[in-house]
Design a protein around this ligand. Structure first.
Ligand SMILES: [Zn+2]
Length: 320
């Protein structure tokens, strides 16, 4: 009944699609997609028999990457947005794991997202991600009524650390795809402009993110995508702005169906029940949020200040 309550209690939550949810998440100008998906349920079920199936096989019904990280396999992905068909061309967004900020991350997926973004990330994690993506692509290739011709990814900027963060993963996946589906061309078709200095993450709204990606990351001129069906892989999905900007370019050059898949979907935070002591001393009650440091993965409480889109005082306290 309440996904956030389930996450707060650290128990798996099933989002049921028995009723159509019409509430949109417009809070920060970023997440203007269906609120119930952003609330971060562990499972999604359309009817009671699907709930029974989840209870019978909980691991096999997790999202693809979450299942892989728990030693199981699944080809389940979630749609952060509804599929759209325009002029006979499908636009499909899919995510393979939840990146759940806060204290309510029983599968530690958020830690994995941060590990993936560090230079000292483990081979074990890279292989788990590769396997999850391959399981999902295998399923896509075997279940769709149309074929896919190009598999590509959102490349790293020259300044990205660790260097070639996505490129290394893409090469691992391509090696496996090539053995299974040689007709699917694994190509790097996008490139960042040389001048790009900021990052997508720093752009505050979906519209600014879309513009940033649109003007800095472009489809290479020597690639022909006319009439082709294209799969794009990215590491994180927050607003879908990167997807929008890249799909717009692909369509302008004649691409057909596009599947944009991301490894980690940033879902809504569940606040800590701990209050900020500094704000409390000033007569204000502000809940602290659990955050993770990018450089070493350690956790801390934060009274999130405006520069990180919070309304707190900036107080921090290390955890553990
Ligand atoms: Zn505070």
């Amino acid at each position: 009944m309440d996904v956030e309550l389930g996450r707060g209690l650290q128990v798996p939550a099933v989002l049921t699609g028995f009723y159509e949810a019409k509430t949109l998440e417009l809070r920060d100008g970023i997440g203007d997609y269906v609120k119930n998906v952003k609330s971060g349920p562990t499972y999604y079920a359309k009817n009671y028999s699907e709930i029974l199936e989840i209870l019978r096989n909980p691991l096999q019904n997790l999202l693809s990457l979450e299942a892989r990280l728990r030693g199981s396999n699944s080809h389940i992905a979630r749609r952060p947005r509804s599929d759209v068909r325009e002029d006979g061309k499908w636009t499909i967004h899919r995510i393979l794991a939840r990146q759940a900020p806060g204290e309510c991350d029983p599968y530690n997926i958020t830690d994995k997202y941060f590990e993936f973004n560090r230079a000292d990330r483990s081979e074990q994690l890279l292989h788990a991600i590769r396997d999850a993506v391959v399981v999902y692509i295998d399923w896509i290739l075997s279940n769709q009524s149309y074929s896919w011709e190009i598999f590509t990814y959102v490349p790293d900027k020259r300044t990205t650390q660790p260097a070639n963060k996505m490129g290394e993963l893409f090469n691992l996946i391509s090696t496996q795809i090539w053995q299974r589906a040689p007709y699917l061309a694994c190509l790097n078709i996008f490139e960042w402009s040389d001048e790009v200095s900021s990052s997508t993450r720093r752009q505050p709204t979906a519209e600014e993110r879309r513009k940033f990606v649109g003007s800095n990351l472009s489809l290479r001129h020597d690639v022909d995508v006319r009439g082709k069906n294209v799969i794009i892989l990215d590491d994180q999905y927050t607003t879908g702005a990167t997807a929008d900007a890249l799909i717009e370019q692909l369509r302008a050059r004649g691409a057909q169906n596009v599947l944009f898949m991301a490894l980690f979907h940033l879902v809504s935070p569940v606040n800590s029940s701990k209050l900020c002591p500094r704000c409390l001393a000033n007569g204000l009650t502000k809940q602290l949020q659990v955050k993770i440091k990018r450089n070493d993965g350690s956790k801390f409480y934060s009274c999130v200040p405006p520069q990180y889109r919070g309304d707190g005082c900036g107080y921090t306290e290390n955890i553990g």
